[in-house]
Design a protein around this ligand. Structure first.
Ligand SMILES: [Zn+2]
Length: 332
């Protein structure tokens, strides 16, 4: 059985067919939602491009010197570009910087050491800052035989149009429900758990698998139960805020809270109220609350802020939205 998921295989097959027909671009942009395995396909394709004797199946042989060096992570004609440490060296930068792209341009000008292709893989490409993107553009404008540049991104819209327009696009798409279910079953997940996870992930198999494996689906259910308990006064906002922020899962809880609210908004717009989360009646306040939770999640990155106070205020707001609804009903 192929180690690739079917949606990965489709993209790889398309790229290999282009290569066989001599139509594969020198710059490739692998795009699509996160957690669909874009990086894995980019690596398989890189390995194939560097292989000295590819098989009849179009894939790398796995035995030649190039394949062995690639597997060992020491192929001299392959470059993986991602975040590097900052100047102090105490953490990784949050963007890919111009020096990295200048160096890449110089490296591309060298003769390949193994006499074959030269491949660079940039991931995540949307992290290129403006100066880095401009430097990369110079490399893209001078394509040469046997030099390949693979860009991987789940936010390709952020990339400058000048870069996007010079790349051949390899698009990863969310598969149909049946295919996602079959794949999750093949990963060893039970039918009920996988169906719930797929619903929660809005049909995204990679996200569903991630949640199932990390126990995150249980966390999402907890957040939903907490919000319901908050709504009918069974949990006090201040204590709940402290509990939500009390461990490493704070950001994920806020993400789930925002998603649950958004699901509720979408369901109400569609006229099909979703089961699970009890929603307040005021649509505008609910939308504002959704924005507030997303802001609170962004601000978790700023250590100096009193996150507990901000979150307690939001949770109190959630509670009061129900009091308003109850009061409106009682007054009627
Ligand atoms: Zn090989």
């Amino acid at each position: 059985m192929s180690p690739l998921a079917p949606w990965q295989q489709r993209v790889l097959d398309k790229a290999l067919a282009s290569l066989a027909e001599g139509r594969l671009g020198h710059a490739l942009l692998l795009v699509g939602p996160e957690r669909l395995g874009k990086q894995a396909v980019a690596e398989l394709l890189s390995k194939r491009l560097l292989c000295a004797s590819p098989g009849a199946d179009g894939l790398a042989c796995g035995r030649c010197r190039g394949c062995q060096l690639f597997a060992a992570g020491t192929h001299p004609d392959f470059r993986g570009v991602s975040f590097i440490p900052n100047e102090k060296g105490d953490k990784l930068r949050s963007e890919i910087v111009v020096d990295q792209m200048r160096e890449l341009g110089q490296w591309f000008a060298l003769t390949p050491q193994l006499g074959g292709a030269q491949v660079a893989l940039i991931h995540p490409a949307h992290a290129l800052n403006t100066a880095a993107a401009n430097a990369l553009l110079k490399t893209l404008e001078e394509p040469a035989p046997g030099r390949y540049l693979l860009l991987v991104s789940d936010r390709a819209g952020v990339l400058p149009a000048t870069i996007r327009s010079r790349c051949q696009r390899l698009e990863f798409r969310l598969p149909a429900r049946g295919e996602s279910e079959a794949w999750l079953r093949s990963q060893g997940h039970g039918p009920q758990a996988l169906a719930k996870a797929l619903d929660a992930a809005r049909g995204h198999p990679g996200l569903a698998a991630h949640w199932l494996e990390g126990g995150s689906l249980a966390l999402r259910n907890e957040v939903q139960a907490d919000l319901n308990a908050l709504a009918d006064g069974r949990k006090p906002p201040v204590e709940l805020a402290q509990a939500w922020l009390g461990d490493d899962h704070a950001a994920l809880r806020l993400r789930f809270a925002a998603e649950l609210a958004l699901d509720g908004i979408s369901a109400r717009l569609a006229g099909t109220p979703a089961p699970g989360l009890t929603l307040p009646g005021d649509f505008q306040k609910l939308s504002a609350w959704f924005d507030g939770i997303n802001r609170a999640r962004d601000q978790l990155r700023v250590p100096a802020l009193r996150h507990d106070l901000a979150l307690a205020a939001l949770l109190l707001e959630w509670r009061s939205m129900f009091k308003d609804t109850e009061a409106a009903r009682a007054g009627r």
